[in-house]
Ligand binder design. Structure first.
Ligand code: NZQ
Ligand code: ZN
Length: 388
């Protein structure tokens, strides 16, 4: 049963190869001080930085430079960003980059006017903001996380060996996001496929829960088919605009709250992957790819009907003359073959995890209860071992 819910998505999107011009229409809505958030320099190399600086200057804005946001943004960087925003009375946090820049901007947005330590309040205690939130806008350069249209924000605390995501309320969603698929052309292939797997897994995390007839699952199957189809084109020709635009749009819909409606949702692959990420600092999508198959093969018997449907609907497996287990297994095998074809990394060892980290990764994995099997700590440990 679909259940009862309310639905609103507060982010305005501008999509397409001319979408940056709409920044001119958004900027007058905010005050003078724009904190320009970006990563390690890709936007300087591909020219986007200069284009944005020009638009900001043409609109008479003060630019507060906040570069150097690292993949998997750290709590130390968050404190720096908050200090910068307080000192400069930031009116808009403008994130230019992938999920790391967007997530970081959201973390700063709820922390600037917060009297408490944001790591403790938001990431350890999962409290909601009770202060004024500085607005966020995003210009996306990497498709994957869906951060451009959701209220998620993931921060890593290396000293505590924790990587934690907080999904805030709609007031923390970006006010606007600019999505130009062409910006993703300069992504290294490794990042492109990590993003593609991240998209696919976001859909799986929501799909593999519940046994009812839910519209969200039909939408999820369509999104999965689209990302599989476009990924195979994009790995051959990364500048195929049609494929890259479909990937970008799918990423947004994979995690902007829509397909979670009426679902309990699983998210255990992300819990396992994030904990591995806290130890290795590995690329997010790759950590998911490494733990996915051991996890799905383990829980498959507990959600057999859905895994069978996944095989038939998403991977076109013919079920004639086969048991449900056979069909479900063939679906996971087809998924494995696709993962190999696009070139994701499928073991934690290759991502830098070592045997002595297994206990810690298991300890740092939050166990959620929305999927087909509530894991025990021992089961978590076993899945991590199999992911090595
Ligand atoms: O820092 P720069 O130089 O920009 O380089 C980045 C970075 O090294 C590079 N890149 C991005 N766009 C580029 C580019 N290089 C060349 N050309 C471009 N157009 O790619 C690298 C990775 O960027 P990053 O932002 O870290 O990747 P992603 O978008 O995958 O974001 C990962 C972060 O998002 C979190 C992850 O945990 C991780 O911390 N997530 C956020 C979620 C959310 N808000 O809902 C959900 C996700 O499950 C995820 O957990
Ligand atoms: Zn993800």
């Amino acid at each position: 049963m679909l259940g009862n819910f309310s639905y609103k998505n507060a982010t305005k999107l501008y999509f397409g190869d001319d979408s940056l011009k709409y920044l001119n229409g958004e900027l007058p809505k905010y005050g003078k001080n724009i904190q320009l958030i970006y990563g390690g320099g890709s936007i300087k190399k591909n020219g986007l930085y200069d284009e944005i600086i020009k638009i900001l200057k043409d609109n008479g804005k003060n630019i507060i430079e906040d570069g150097g946001v690292m993949p998997n943004p750290t709590v130390e960087k968050l404190y720096e960003g908050v200090k910068l925003a307080r000192e400069n009375k930031t009116d808009l946090l403008l994130a230019v980059g992938g999920g790391s820049c967007c997530d970081y901007a959201k973390a700063v947005s709820v922390s600037v006017n917060c009297d408490e330590d944001p790591w403790d309040k938001y990431y350890l205690r999962f409290e909601e903001p009770d202060c004024d939130i500085v607005p966020v806008g995003c210009i996306l350069t990497m498709a994957g996380t869906g951060s451009e249209m959701n209220a998620g924000s993931v921060i890593t605390n290396h000293s505590q060996k924790l990587k934690i995501g907080h999904v805030f309320g709609e007031e923390v969603m970006p006010k606007f996001s600019i999505l130009n698929p062409k910006y993703t052309f300069s992504l290294p292939k490794k990042q492109m496929v990590a993003g593609i797997y991240d998209i696919f897994n976001h859909i799986c995390e929501q799909y593999f829960s519940g046994e009812d007839d839910n519209t969200s699952d039909y939408i999820a199957e369509g999104l999965m088919k689209s990302v599989i189809h476009s990924s195979l084109i994009a790995i051959e020709d990364p500048e195929d605009y049609e494929a890259r635009s479909n990937i970008m749009w799918t990423a947004t819909w994979a995690l902007n709250t829509l397909i979670a409606k009426g679902k309990t949702t699983d998210w255990m692959v992300h819990m396992l992957g994030q904990s591995a990420g806290a130890y290795t600092d590995a690329t997010h999508g790759m950590t998911l790819a490494a733990v996915s198959l051991p996890y799905y093969r383990y829980i498959m018997p507990f959600g057999l009907e859905k895994f069978k449907r996944f095989a038939e609907e998403v991977w076109n497996i013919c079920s004639e003359g086969k048991t449900d287990e056979q069909v479900a297994n063939e679906g996971l095998l087809a998924m494995e073959n696709w993962m190999k074809k696009i070139g994701v990394i499928m073991s934690l060892s290759e991502l830098g995890a070592t045997e002595d980290m297994i206990d810690g990764i298991a300890e740092g994995t939050f166990i959620l209860e929305g999927g087909y099997k509530v894991l025990t700590k021992d089961e978590v440990k076993e899945i991590i071992k199999q992911s090595m």
